[in-house]
Design a protein around this ligand. Sequence first.
Ligand code: HEC
Ligand code: HEC
Length: 188
Amino acid sequence: MNLSYFRTIGWVSLLMVSFVLAPTLNADDDGQKHHRRERRHTEDNHSGYRNLKPVSNSTYADQCGACHFAYQPELLPAASWKIILDGTDDHFGETVDLDEGARPEISGFLASNGADKSSAKLAGKIMNCLGGSVPARITDIPYIRRKHHEIAPEVFQRKSVGSLSNCIACHRTAAKGEYDDDAVSIPE
Ligand code: HEC
Ligand code: HEC
């Protein structure tokens, strides 16, 4: 018996050990992932909470959800919401006629719940990428654009989608404030 014999035995046993151990290690990893996911879902208003808050103001939901999905205020900084509210007579080519008395309520709701006031993870990413700029649209936010740049242009021509502004077409859980990539399903 020479040294190379021992070396071979050494490698063989090392291989065997990794074959036996590998599945166990993987199972463990899955278990941990599962655990993490559950925790993420139960996370609430702590720092960096997971989902945006579902829209809680019914005046906002009615008036600003009449033509499109009622976007969560946490998707834009308060300064952007102010520009949007100040421009309701030319709102992306449409006129938004707010009910009497609705304006101050909507304005207050948007001012106190913007991305800059939020500790949701997504709001943090939005604020970080803006670097002080004030976008007129959610779909102008660099982080949002980056997340969607791989979607083929023909997808937006589908009647079921229309444009990137139509979050709820693909993010089926958007009304719950959940924009997670594992809850996305692009309609045909
Ligand atoms: C009369 C219909 C109508 C009403 C009511 C309306 N909007 Fe809009 N909104 C539009 C249209 C049209 C667009 C442009 C959509 C597009 O480009 O695909 C738009 C776009 C937006 C966008 C930009 C979406 C993006 O692309 O990122 C925001 C934000 C928005 N609206 C907020 C509001 C708010 C806040 C209110 C209430 C004060 C409101 N809207 C009420 C018609 C409306
Ligand atoms: C045509 C379908 C479609 C539309 C419309 C759409 N999204 Fe998405 N979105 C996706 C897909 C697909 C992904 C996953 C990209 C990836 O794999 O990272 C995504 C990813 C995201 C992410 C990142 C999620 C994560 O876990 O990393 C956010 C945030 C998001 N979208 C927000 C929005 C918002 C807000 C709107 C509306 C203004 C919107 N999306 C409109 C399809 C869409």
